[in-house]
Write a protein that binds this ligand. Sequence first.
Ligand code: NAD
Ligand code: TYD
Length: 353
Amino acid sequence: MNKHNILVTGGAGFIGSHLVRHLVGKYPDRTTVNLDKLTYAGNPANLRDIESAGNYVFVRGDICDAALVADTIRRYNIGAIVNLAAETHVDRSIDDPSVFARTNVLGTLTLLQVARDCWGGEAADKRFYQVSTDEVYGSLPLGGGAFSESSPYAPHSPYSASKASADHFVRSFGDTYSLPTLISNCSNNYGSYQFPEKLIPLMVNNIRLDRPLPVYGSGLNVRDWLHVEDHVEAIDLILHNGRPGETYCIGGSNERTNIDLVRLLVRTTDRLLGRSEGTSERLITFVGDRAGHDMRYAIDSSKLRRELGWQPLRTFEEGIEQTVAWYLENIEWLDSVTSGDYMHYYDRMYSGR
Ligand code: NAD
Ligand code: TYD
């Protein structure tokens, strides 16, 4: 791939902000442009430390806005697009799927069409990279197997259905128009700056505030957790060394049941807050299950390890300790993102379950 400038969409969100920080620091001679609509999940404060860097540009806007996307690609001589902009919360997708179809499907299609138009016959050294999820593969039984690049798509939630649909469009643009596309499907990420509607920051925030910890169903659902910075390093590697047209699965090989993870978060948060062991155990509350709740996700990332030499560098134990510590040291950030309509949403989503 050429040393073009890079357009990251959704760069003010959780993974996007880590990716933008990484690219801005690692490629000082290239401009990283962050196009983000700033929905409830996007927060410019996630990038405060690099916002005045000379090789960073922020554009507020919607990936469904073809004119703005075209203008951005041309103005900044963009040669690589990494699409992370999305609606990402499964519970919200159950509540209202339509915005998931709009942003995740139509937004991705808009980016593909505009990239094709702007790059024309000179697309060979350009890259369109779709950041996707393991949830497109559906659910695994407890105890057996792992998803890989050859697993059939079988999404269950409106969120995963929208991401699956976007992946199909991306692949079709590679096959039909020879657009050099890349897709990666990653397992659950954890780390700093994650919006506290997702399991880990939601639990840490509730433990510190002495609020109930809602565990869906039996708590025995399994997720494969990967530190966000290990994901970002994989994206960088795939963007620069991945083979166009290919898909890469990214995972931590680090499976945990939800209830074991919540108990670990209780122990870690209580300890870091100076509370005696077990103080917040009583907050654990089993609530009604999520509709269509996938039982287990696990990823076989041997292709990425073998072909591109990737491996996760952070152990789960260290990563969780640092992550909990980060949220507790950044209470101002937690309070700011949970103000506004967050509590209204939270009460509606979680209290009546
Ligand atoms: P997030 O919800 O934290 O951030 C999404 C960002 O996209 C926000 O900044 C938001 O403002 C922006 N956005 C939403 N709609 C937009 C639109 N129409 N136009 C422009 N910007 C828009 O999400 P995340 O957890 O950082 O996930 C980023 C990407 O990675 C998503 O595509 C998601 O499907 C994928 N992914 C996430 C995980 C995970 O565990 N979080 C795992 C695998 C893949
Ligand atoms: P989540 O962070 O929403 O990620 P995903 O659904 O994309 O895997 O949820 C992770 C797991 O935790 C999932 O099995 C649902 C469960 N969960 C709870 O038990 N309680 C909660 O309050 C939340 C948000 C999630």
